[in-house]
Design a protein around this ligand. Structure first.
Ligand code: IPE
Ligand code: IPE
Ligand code: MG
Length: 247
């Protein structure tokens, strides 16, 4: 992982104690960000990807071990084809950027995972599947953190897929064993979930993992949710009293 600069170290001092081990983001509000600026929605998604990179980098620099982001839901197929295909083009660009510097990927030492049902991409977007495979391969030995990017992801779909795999195993599973069948098998449960864009709902994101997460619903639209805003939310997280059912 990259070394912390002095300013980043100071930020760490301000926000930590405790930091979440696993943080999730529902990156909502790209469309409204764009239309509010008389831009096309696609411009909002582009700004959203740029912001994702900055925020996620900041999370890992602070020392958060697992970061999960909601990029495309199982329900987002219902969007106009043009918007959908635009989003897939952004995935292509992102993969290309990652694979353009495999040495950096290895040096950053973050395992990048794409979680969701990737099977529909085989029909028309095989190049995306190939790119994901190459990124997986490049990150195979990375163990400094996990970055889960949820694409064609739905919490219900994830739980049903895990249940079906459990049936194939053919015996009753403990909670711990069941969690090994989820996309997040390398991560602890979510400590914290942030949704930008003002809506107070989960929209089918990480329904299992969110069970005891601290929830933050922020009015800020995703492209404007910068490092400072994240630090503020992390401070609030550190002040929350978590009981886990105890007194
Ligand atoms: C979230 O932003 C990104 C995706 C769902 C891909 P939206 O596109 O939902 O933005 P709003 O909610 O319409 O502003
Ligand atoms: C959730 O946002 C999905 C992503 C951020 C990828 P949506 O904009 O799709 O959620 P709803 O439809 O408002 O619930
Ligand atoms: Mg939305």
């Amino acid at each position: 992982m990259s070394k912390l600069s002095v300013t980043q170290t100071q930020t760490v001092m301000q926000v930590q104690n405790p930091l979440p081990a696993h943080i999730g983001f529902v990156m909502d509000g790209n469309g409204r960000w764009a239309t509010g600026r008389n831009k096309k929605r696609s411009e909002g998604h582009k700004a959203g990807v740029k912001n994702m990179q900055a925020v996620v980098e900041h999370c890992f620099a602070l020392g958060i071990g697992c970061v999960s982001v909601f990029a495309f839901s199982t329900e987002n197929w219902e969007r106009p084809v043009e918007e959908r295909e635009g989003l897939f083009d952004l995935v292509r660009e992102y993969l290309k950027r990652l694979l353009g510097d495999v040495n950096k990927l290895k040096k950053d030492n973050i395992k990048i995972e794409f979680m969701g049902d990737l099977s529909p991409f085989a029909e028309q977007h095989q190049d995306i599947l190939d790119g994901i495979g190459e990124v997986r391969q490049a990150c195979a030995d990375c163990d400094g953190g996990v970055f889960n990017i949820a694409i064609n992801y739905g919490g219900r779909q994830e739980i049903v897929a895990a249940a079906n795999n459990a049936v194939l195993i053919g015996k009753q599973l403990s909670q711990q064993d069941f969690e090994k069948l989820l996309y997040t098998k390398r991560c602890p449960p979510l400590d914290m979930m942030v949704r930008t864009g003002g809506q107070m709902r989960l929209s089918n994101f990480m329904l299992y993992q969110v069970a005891y997460a601290e929830l933050f619903f922020e009015e800020t639209l995703w492209p404007d949710f910068d490092k400072q805003k994240l630090d503020e939310v992390l401070k609030k997280f550190a002040q929350r009293q978590r009981n886990f059912g105890k007194v």
